[in-house]
Write a new protein. Structure first.
Length: 132
C-alpha cells in the first residue's frame, strides 16, 4: 500500500513539474530563485528530449510501481490513471521534441521581453548601423 501511495505521489509531482515547465516563466518573473529553477528545468527538459532520454521521475515511478506490484508496473489508482494519460501522451519523438522547442522558446521569450533584452539588442543594432 505504501508503494502505491508513493507512486501516485510521484505521478502528481511529475504532473506539477510539467505544469511548472509550461507556465513557470510567469512565476519566474516575480522570483529570482524560481526563475533559476525554471530555466534549469527548461534546459534539462531540452537536453533529455534532444538525446531521447526519460525524465528521472519516470524511472522513479516505474521503480516504485514494480515494488508495489512486480507483474503490473503501471496498474494505478484513480488519480494516477487520469494524470498518467496527460503525462505519458502517445506522441512521436519528433513531435515531442518540437513541442519542447516551443515551450523553451516561449518561456525564454517571456523572460527576454520582461528583462528588456530585446530593447538592449535594438540599441546595440542601432549603434552598429550608426557606425556603418
Amino acid at each position: 500500500m505504501v508503494y502505491k501511495v508513493l507512486a501516485d505521489f510521484v505521478i502528481l509531482v511529475h504532473f506539477f513539474w510539467i505544469l511548472f515547465l509550461l507556465f513557470g516563466a510567469f512565476f519566474g518573473l516575480k522570483s529570482k530563485k524560481l526563475r533559476i529553477l525554471h530555466i534549469f528545468g527548461l534546459f534539462f527538459a531540452f537536453f533529455i528530449q534532444t538525446f531521447d532520454l526519460y525524465c528521472p521521475l519516470t524511472y522513479l515511478e516505474i521503480y516504485i510501481r514494480e515494488k508495489h506490484e512486480p507483474d503490473k508496473a503501471y496498474a494505478g489508482s484513480f488519480i494516477a490513471y487520469y494524470v498518467e494519460k496527460l503525462i505519458y501522451i502517445e506522441l512521436s519523438r519528433i513531435l515531442i521534441l518540437l513541442l519542447t522547442f516551443c515551450v523553451v522558446g516561449t518561456n525564454l521569450w517571456i523572460y527576454a521581453r520582461k528583462t528588456g533584452i530585446f530593447r538592449l539588442l535594438g540599441l546595440y543594432c542601432q549603434r552598429l548601423r550608426e557606425k556603418v
